[in-house]
Design a protein around this ligand. Structure first.
Ligand SMILES: Cc1cc2nc3c(=O)[nH]c(=O)nc-3n(C[C@H](O)[C@H](O)[C@H](O)COP(=O)(O)O)c2cc1C
Length: 195
């Protein structure tokens, strides 16, 4: 089984990122090859990065960092569900990324982006250099959702289009393939390259 962490990047009250991420989670759970760890950054509630030592030293002071490290370490790959804010991605997601280093190293990541007119693609363009610096390996498949709020039903659930479902299925397949290809290249807690 490939253990995929689905991260809800938006933390603001009323966010549409939560129902979108719940759709992603539910689809991945129907894939017999995938286990899901669902991480809502609003619930995780990491403070602004408050560790005194560089994360690549893996010398964490705070329990919230140790817990986050253990959780990310256990993942074989990630889906980041991110809104676009001012042509960039969610700052809560950047904060969660910055806390750790080798835990991300040589693991695959896929993006489900959404926003207004841009469908979050400009945010993902900004996100890719940050994940590359950590040694995460971006999947080519992606889900991009324009005017995502229009796809919520009366109960607030996200209703995907057929194309979005196909794109998510392609992303899931790619994460499983990359997860097994990259696993032998991961060195747990080796000092990964610094920024
Ligand atoms: C502070 C802020 C900045 C935004 N900037 C953009 C933007 O640059 N491009 C875009 O397409 N949508 C933008 N939007 C629209 C959001 O992508 C849209 O409101 C989305 O619902 C936000 O995700 P969330 O509800 O999960 O927080 C912005 C929204 C907010 C609140």
């Amino acid at each position: 089984m490939t253990r995929i962490m689905v991260v809800v990047g938006s933390v603001r009250p009323g966010r549409i990122g939560l129902p979108i991420a719940e759709w992603v989670r539910d689809v991945l759970l129907t894939d017999g090859a995938i286990e899901v760890d669902f991480v809502d950054l609003a619930e995780l509630a990491l403070p602004f990065m408050d560790e005194p030592n560089h994360p690549r030293l893996h010398d964490y002071l705070h329990q919230h960092t140790k817990d986050w490290s253990e959780r990310v370490d256990a993942a074989d790959g990630f889906v980041f569900v991110t809104p676009e804010y001012n042509h960039s991605f969610s700052p809560a997601l950047k904060n969660a990324l910055d806390y750790l280093s080798s835990e991300w190293f040589r693991k695959p990541v896929g993006f489900v982006s959404y926003g207004g007119v841009s469908s979050g693609t400009r945010g993902v363009v900004m996100l890719k250099p940050a994940v590359a610096g950590l040694g995460l390996v971006p999947a080519a498949a992606a889900v991009e959702i324009t005017f995502a709020a229009r796809q919520l039903d009366d109960e607030g659930r996200f209703q995907p289009t057929e194309q979005q479902e196909k794109n998510l299925a392609a992303l899931a397949d790619e994460l499983v393939a990359l997860g097994s290809a990259l696993a032998p290249l991961q060195k747990r807690h080796a000092h990964s390259p610094g920024a």
